[in-house]
Design a protein around this ligand. Structure first.
Ligand SMILES: C[S@@+](CC[C@H](N)C(=O)[O-])C[C@H]1O[C@@H](n2cnc3c(N)ncnc32)[C@H](O)[C@@H]1O
Length: 272
């Protein structure tokens, strides 16, 4: 009898059970306590954004609009953008995640204090320490939507989201919403096209993931490595760094082989 390798079924973004994504189960699995890997990511992103804006304080254009795409139940990318943004859009598809984000905007859970502590090791964050929650409430807007519609030039300027945001983040999204490599690349394209020329960005990816469970539901993922992440981002970026966090202490979330962090600046040439 010949044995065959298991055939992985293709699960596209529209096929996954986003209506049943449970933010509380996701938080329990990932963000109730600050993990070493998240502390490391936070400090890299904090330094990237701080260095970017301190290098150009004399001519920062206002207003600065930030976006976190596929925010889910993770507030640390938004907190990392808070010192500079006049508005932060938390863009999310799953209804219960949208509910969680709206509730957090009004009353930020103390669970996020440990994440903020890492950020507040640098001045722009420490400077707003006392007003953090109020600033978060005033700055954050939660928008329900599908990221595959972002970054497009709208008809007659309507719904034009191309180059709309001056800084952006997308954490564990492009590779964790579908098994399709085409959709992975398309998600990256939508993210990058939604950013203005020169916008600083940070994006995180699970490496080698074959899907993940949240509560009792399974969600699809696409198996990517650092080379594929870099190749997909390259055409949209002026400056880019990628880091693979692959130590054993980084494998705390099951079903992947490491984490890839990419950060840099959007290049100058928005495409149609
Ligand atoms: C693995 S979670 C990552 C959540 C969060 N960014 C984090 O860092 O933990 C993937 C997120 O993408 C959202 N998502 C899935 N498809 C989407 C789409 N087409 N548009 C916007 N968000 C989407 C999911 O609802 C979920 O919140």
């Amino acid at each position: 009898m010949t044995s065959r390798a298991p055939v992985e079924t293709c699960v596209l973004n529209d096929d996954a059970p986003w209506n049943e994504f449970d933010p509380s189960a996701y938080l329990d699995q990932n963000y109730r306590d600050l993990l070493d890997v998240d502390a490391e990511i936070l400090s890299l992103v904090r330094d990237h954004f701080s260095d970017h804006f301190s290098a150009r304080t004399d001519h920062v254009e206002r207003p600065i609009l930030g976006i976190d795409i596929g925010a889910g139940a993770n507030l640390y990318p938004a907190l990392a953008m808070l010192p500079w943004c006049d508005r932060i859009t938390l863009f999310e598809r799953a209804p219960r995640n949208v509910g969680y984000l709206r509730q957090q905007r009004d009353s930020l859970d103390p669970d996020w204090d440990a994440f903020w502590k890492v950020l507040s090791e640098r001045d722009p964050y420490a400077d707003i320490d006392g007003e953090r929650n109020e600033r978060f409430r005033k700055t954050v807007r939660v928008q329900k939507g599908n990221l595959f519609k972002l970054g497009r030039r709208g008809l007659l300027g309507l719904r034009n989201t191309q180059g709309k945001w001056q800084m952006g983040t997308m954490f564990f999204v492009a590779e964790s919403i579908s098994t399709s490599h085409d959709e992975f690349r398309e998600a990256i394209e939508c993210f990058m096209l939604s950013l203005a020329p020169g916008a600083p960005f940070a994006a995180a990816f699970m490496e080698g993931s074959h899907g993940y469970d949240v509560g009792n539901r399974h969600f699809p993922a696409c198996d990517v490595d650092e080379a594929e992440v870099r190749k997909s981002l390259d055409e949209f970026t002026g400056e880019i760094e990628t880091k693979r966090l692959g130590e054993v202490s980084h494998m705390v979330r099951p079903g992947h082989t490491g984490i890839i962090l990419a950060y840099g600046k959007r290049n100058q040439g928005p495409r149609s």
